[in-house]
Ligand binder design. Structure first.
Ligand code: URA
Ligand code: SF4
Length: 184
């Protein structure tokens, strides 16, 4: 673990700790306010993110940007990262070994940002951060507090594109997050 961003960012350059390194164009480290109260964790880069090296810039990112706008949150106020930093082929779910190999980077990011609230976007984020015993359908919309951080699991924005009901729930969960943040 590093106590500063410079060393952490340097440590990930040319990372080959898992096989996702073989097909990537860019490592998508994460971006945003390095002292954010609110952090978002997704699954892994898609094609657009891999091309640009920035998280949530494709279709799912557009939905996130709309959500930020609706909540009155500026994207640059929050910190955004993913479970794996390199794109899985065909956007498949990251394998256990890939997530395990990559997770220390994310843990270090969380330690440096020190967020009060972390929104877990979808099953991959939920299971890798809080434990395999958690399921997104049962847990979404429910606060889970661990080591001084409040976690809010919700749907991954990509899931909203296929299901109107999930859109309503996603919006409700993020409203709850924004309300809580305003009270802190
Ligand atoms: N989906 C994710 O989980 N993360 C991104 O950065 C983009 C799409
Ligand atoms: Fe390294 Fe993570 Fe990329 Fe795997 S996904 S090569 S662990 S940066």
């Amino acid at each position: 673990m590093y106590d500063n961003w410079e060393e952490l960012e340097k440590s990930i350059e040319e990372c080959k700790k898992c096989k996702l390194c073989n097909n990537r164009n860019n490592i998508v480290f994460g971006e945003g306010n390095k002292e954010a109260d609110l952090m978002f964790i997704g699954e892994g880069p898609g094609a657009d993110e891999d091309k640009q090296g920035i998280p949530f810039v494709g279709k799912a990112g557009k939905l996130m940007n709309e959500a930020f706008k609706g909540l009155g949150i500026k994207r640059e106020e929050v910190y955004i990262a993913n479970i794996v930093k390199c794109r899985p082929p065909q956007n498949r779910v990251p394998e256990e070994a890939e997530a395990v190999a990559c997770l220390n980077y994310l843990r270090n990011q969380v330690i440096l940002v020190k967020p009060k609230i972390i929104v877990l976007l979808g099953s991959t984020a939920l299971k890798n951060i809080l434990g395999k015993e958690y399921g997104i359908t049962a847990m979404r919309g429910k606060w889970i507090e661990k080591k001084g951080i409040k976690y809010m699991p919700t749907w991954h924005p990509a899931a909203l594109l296929r299901d109107e009901n999930k859109k309503i729930e996603f919006w409700k969960d993020l409203k709850e997050v924004a309300n809580n943040l305003n009270k802190m």
